[in-house]
Ligand binder design. Sequence first.
Ligand code: SF4
Ligand code: SF4
Ligand code: SF4
Length: 168
Amino acid sequence: MIVMDEDNCMVDVARYFIEFLKGESCGKCVPCREGLAKLSEILTRITRGEGRPEDLETMTDLAEIIHDGALCGLGRSAANPVLSTLRYFKDEYLAHINDKKCPAGVCRDLIKYTINTEKCNGCGVCARNCSTKAISGEKRKAHTINQELCVQCGVCEDSCKFGAVTIR
Ligand code: SF4
Ligand code: SF4
Ligand code: SF4
């Protein structure tokens, strides 16, 4: 059993499982081999903010084709992560595709780290830990993040003890 909460992105979870199953597929039959590769490609695109409105229908059709055409149990159940996340978390897919947002704050290409100036005390820990030197600011004054240099690694959020780094 895997327990998840609102900090888990269901689109990314589906992408992870499909990617794993793609690697497990022996490749003997076309629906499983090619279908999983296509599902993985679509899910990856969506998590990068490149989803298209027709992707959801395409994935549903693909999932049915994989289920009906697969020769063994792996292929027949392989698309379940897509079908169940689409059934119960469709709003998350729509947020990625239409709003280019990841509600859970997981998909790197769709999030932005910022520093809350009210909470930041200018301790400088985040700036010292940022490998791309994206954070700057004077001692004991609120720091800021240069979005051009930020690679969304999340180190600043982990290292700030004052909860001043937020994800948007
Ligand atoms: S459904 Fe089974 S037999 Fe067919 S490619 Fe997938 S793993 Fe191989
Ligand atoms: S670690 Fe937190 S409090 Fe310290 S400078 Fe960075 S954002 Fe501000
Ligand atoms: S997310 Fe990473 S790269 Fe971006 S400001 Fe924070 S530590 Fe630097």
